[in-house]
Design a protein around this ligand. Structure first.
Ligand code: F6R
Length: 266
C-alpha cells in the first residue's frame, strides 16, 4: 500500500484530484469508480472547478458507483444518483448515459441485477481507478464486517452502526433504507488502481486496522492489502492511530520524486 499522510481534508482532496485528472488526460476511454458520502465531496468540488475554470473535458469518461440504496427512485433526494448529480454529474460534461449505479428495485432480482452490473463493468473494459471512502467499522462500499473477501455486486443489509453513522443525512420523518446494492470486495479489487481517502479522527482506528491489521473480514478494507496498486490518502487526524507514520512520510517523499518524473499511472 502507498500511504500518503497530508495536513487536512483539503490537501487530501487536492491529491486525489491529481490522480483523477491524470487518468482522464492519459486514457482515451477512462473508467472511474466513484463513491458517495462526505469524504469525496471536496474531491468532486475540485473536479467541477477543473471543468469550469480549466475546461477539463469529462465527455469521454465512464463511471461506476460503488453502491445504491435498494428500491429507491433515481430522483429521490436520498438516492446516490441524486447525490452524484448534485455533486458532480450535473456540473461537468460527463455523458450521464455512461454513469452507472448498481440499482435494484422492489420487483427486480438482486442477483440478476448484481450480475448485470458486473457485466457492464467488464464491457467498459474494467475500472481504471476506484475512489473509496472507509466506514468507521472498516467497511468499503457497503461491504460491512463479515462480508466475504470474494464478494461481488449484491444486496447487503447495513449494520446498525452504518445506519446510525448515516442517519445524519436523513430528516427525522424521512425513510432511511436499510439495504443497499454494493460492489463486492472482489469487484473493488479488480480495479487497476484503488484510491482510498480518509479524513477525521473517527476513521483513525479503522485506518490503522486496514493498513497494519490482519487481513480479515472483520475489517473489509484490509482486503486492500492484497491489491497491487492501493493508494491510501489520509489527513493527520485519520492517520493519528497509525503505527510507523514516520516511515510512510519518508517513503512518500521518495515516491513524490518518481511521480513527478513518470506520473502516477503505468
Ligand atoms: C459510499 C460508500 C461508503 C463510504 C463510507 C464513508 O459510496 O461506499 O463506504 O465511503 O461509509 O462515508 P463518509 O465519507 O460519509 O464518512
Amino acid at each position: 500500500m502507498q500511504v500518503i499522510i497530508l495536513e487536512d481534508p483539503e490537501q487530501v482532496a487536492q491529491h486525489a484530484s491529481q490522480w483523477v485528472l491524470e487518468l482522464i488526460a492519459k486514457k482515451a476511454k477512462p473508467v472511474l469508480g466513484l463513491a458517495t458520502g462526505s469524504t469525496p465531496i471536496n474531491l468532486y468540488k475540485k473536479l467541477v472547478k477543473s471543468h469550469q475554470e480549466d475546461q477539463i473535458d469529462f465527455s469521454h469518461v465512464t463511471s461506476f458507483n460503488l453502491d445504491e440504496y435498494h428500491n429507491i427512485d433515481a430522483d429521490n433526494a436520498q438516492s446516490y444518483r441524486s447525490f452524484m448529480k448534485e455533486n458532480l454529474f450535473d456540473e461537468i460534461n460527463i455523458d450521464q448515459k455512461n454513469t452507472y449505479l448498481p440499482t435494484c428495485y422492489q420487483n427486480e432480482n438482486p442477483r440478476r441485477q448484481g450480475l448485470a452490473f458486473e457485466e457492464k463493468i467488464q464491457h467498459a473494459g474494467g475500472i481504471d481507478l476506484q475512489i473509496l471512502g472507509i466506514g468507521a467499522n472498516g467497511h468499503i462500499g457497503f461491504n460491512e464486517p463479515s462480508s466475504s473477501l470474494s464478494s461481488r455486486t449484491r444486496l447487503k443489509t447495513l449494520t446498525q452502526q452504518t445506519l446510525k453513522d448515516n442517519s445524519r443525512l436523513f430528516k427525522a420523518d424521512e425513510y432511511q433504507p436499510t439495504m443497499a446494492m454494493t460492489m463486492g470486495i472482489s469487484t473493488i479489487l479488480d480495479a487497476r488502481y484503488v484510491l482510498l481517502m480518509a479524513t477525521g479522527k473517527n476513521k483513525a482506528k479503522a485506518v490503522n486496522e486496514m493498513i497494519t491489521g490482519a487481513l480479515s473480514a472483520k475489517c473489509p478494507a484490509s482486503a486492500l492489502q492484497l491489491h497491487e496498486h492501493a493508494i491510501v490518502v489520509l489527513d493527520k487526524a485519520a492517520a493519528s492511530e497509525l503505527t510507523h507514520q514516520e516511515y510512510y512520510i519518508w517513503a512518500d517523499k521518495e515516491h513524490q520524486k518518481i511521480n513527478q518524473t513518470y506520473g502516477f499511472f503505468l
